[in-house]
Design a protein. Structure first.
Length: 257
């Protein structure tokens, strides 16, 4: 074996032993006695975008809530190889799993934009907080002129950017987002697509629950499809046929659910 061959072999061996950024093993979620998703297993590698597709009520939001500790769940969850399923939500965030739920209630409206970002940065090491604060503003330059304003004064798109900025200020290994495209203008969606590509390039794994298939297709490396609380298909953009995705969005009578 040549030196080049030996080097390539070592690289392959090292890659094979690298833990995914996120590993879910048989994850279920329930509200009271009602199980809303069951036995979901998936991985998200570093520098990978995985999109969870499915119709309304499929269990996408519940899955992300169970991963983040905001919904009662069961199953195994690891971040970078470290088990977190027994941890409360705030300790899961500190372990590297940042969750941005659906909607605009993900920042504190009565606090200024600056105060919201500083709250997010509390999860970062103390000696890095000034650095991550500056990094977030570099990612979202539009927030610079709004720092002294209350978060409630921001537009929907700006509030979404602030919520993502707060999550990133904690230096996560994995960023999980629930329906980030909801209600946003096309220009903001393009900004989000560029942002997610940049974050992937920085080594962050992204798990994104989406209904907007066109938006998802523009950024995802892999898809998983959930219907009725169960994972029914998964694959890359090339592997997962359009008819499989389309069928997942249709109810038995052919109408959109």
């Amino acid at each position: 074996m040549t030196t080049a061959d030996e080097s390539a072999a070592r690289t392959r061996a090292a890659s094979a032993t690298i833990e995914p950024a996120l590993t879910c093993e048989g994850v279920s979620a329930r509200y009271g006695r009602i199980e809303v998703c069951r036995n979901i297993s998936l991985t998200v590698a570093e520098r990978e975008v995985v999109t969870v597709l499915g119709p309304n009520g499929a269990g996408k939001s519940s899955l992300l809530g169970a991963l983040g500790g905001q919904v009662r769940g069961a199953g195994g969850i690891r971040v970078g190889g470290h088990r977190i399923e027994a941890l409360p939500a705030h300790r899961r965030a500190a372990a590297g799993l940042a969750l941005v739920p659906e909607g605009r209630g993900n920042c504190f409206g009565s606090l200024t934009v600056r105060e919201n970002l500083l709250l997010g940065a509390r999860l970062a090491p103390r000696n890095e907080r000034d650095t991550v604060y500056a990094e977030v503003l570099d990612l979202f330059p539009g927030l610079r002129s709004r720092l002294s304003q209350p978060a409630s004064a921001l537009s929907g798109g700006e509030q979404q950017m602030l919520a993502i900025g707060m999550a990133l200020a904690g230096r996560p290994k994995v960023l999980a987002l629930d329906e980030p495209s909801q209600g946003l203008a096309p220009t903001i969606l393009r900004d989000l697509t560029r942002l997610f590509a940049l974050l992937r390039g920085r080594g962050i794994g992204l798990l994104i629950a989406e209904q907007n298939h066109a938006f998802a297709a523009a950024m995802a490396d892999r898809f998983v499809v959930i219907v009725g609380g169960e994972l029914v298909a998964e694959g890359t953009r090339d592997e997962l046929r359009r008819d499989v995705i389309a069928a997942a969005y249709l109810s038995k009578d052919g109408e959109r659910s």
